[in-house]
Design a protein around this ligand. Structure first.
Ligand SMILES: [Zn+2]
Length: 286
């Protein structure tokens, strides 16, 4: 069992800007406002969709535990009401005391990641590779096959980083948020982000931090559940991916593209797949 240190938790919960930003976006409506079936306003609906930045037109999709699930009718992204706060996630993990183990067939996963890196990186020589939301560290292990100048993996939670360090090498990993990493002035030429946006309480701030790490010409790979995928189950309340407060929102591909453009990226390539994932390669253009 892996214990999370209380200091670490306090540090993470200390991100006041993040919480204020989310709070600032939330409009509290009186409960009597909810009446029409299908489209209604409950307690906490932002005026503006956090993903596509259009005026929020809410469509309710059911309830799960303490949360209502709804989508933005304009971009199809999925959100939770009330919106998850960072302290909710930290408290959740603190209570859970997570034990990190390998995913099933993790060697196969690493092999697939090697193939992926080979597809998105032309010349690894002299470049810095960064895996964000690195979890067990598989992307870092895969990157060791290439001649990167430097390979790093970061994750907000030290229980994942401890696991990654034990399995794939102390020197590669650090428990730090992307925001703090960007704030420190770190840079990377290749950033691999796998299912990192769905766990963010503020996706715009997350993308801004990624953008800050990357200079023009740098490559960003995003793999994320498409909140508007045709392959999503009809009943989202029984959907394994939706695990509040760990997963808090699922941005549609349309909204992800606008989020990328707003932050200086241009989508260069899209990998097709039959499932619910969107797989985009974007280049930093400014
Ligand atoms: Zn939207």
């Amino acid at each position: 069992m892996i214990k999370m240190s209380q200091n670490k938790l306090n540090k993470q919960t200390d991100d006041k800007n993040l919480e204020n930003k989310v709070d600032g976006n939330v409009k509290v409506e009186p409960a009597s406002n909810s009446g029409n079936s299908g489209v209604e306003t409950r307690l906490h609906t932002p005026d503006i969709c956090p993903a596509c930045h259009n005026k929020m037109q809410r469509y309710n999709m059911g309830s799960l535990e303490a949360y209502d699930i709804y989508s933005c009718q304009l971009c199809g992204s999925l959100f939770l009401d009330p919106p998850v706060q960072r302290r909710d996630v930290d408290n959740f993990y603190s209570d859970l005391d997570p034990e990190v183990v390998h995913i099933a067939n993790h060697e196969k996963r690493i092999k697939a990641l090697r193939k992926l890196i080979d597809k998105i990186v032309v010349k690894p020589e002299g470049k810095t590779f960064l895996s964000i939301n690195t979890l067990q560290g598989y992307a870092v292990e895969a990157a060791k096959d290439f001649r990167f100048k430097e390979i790093r993996g970061i994750d907000r939670y030290d229980f994942f980083v401890d696991f990654a360090k034990r399995n794939y090498g102390e020197k590669y990993f650090e428990a730090i948020s992307v925001e703090e990493y960007a704030e420190r002035g770190e840079t990377a030429n290749i950033v691999v982000s796998i299912e990192s946006f769905s766990t963010q309480v503020d996706t715009e701030k997350h993308m801004q931090a990624i953008a800050k790490i990357m200079k023009p010409g740098s490559i960003l790979y995003i793999e994320e559940v498409d909140g508007n995928s045709h392959f999503l189950p009809n009943d989202l309340t029984r959907w394994a991916y939706l695990q509040p407060p760990i997963t808090t929102n699922f941005i549609s591909e349309k909204a992800m593209r606008s989020l990328l453009e707003r932050n200086g990226f241009k989508v260069k390539k899209k990998f097709f797949n039959w499932g619910i994932m969107m797989k985009l390669v974007a280049v930093k253009v400014k």
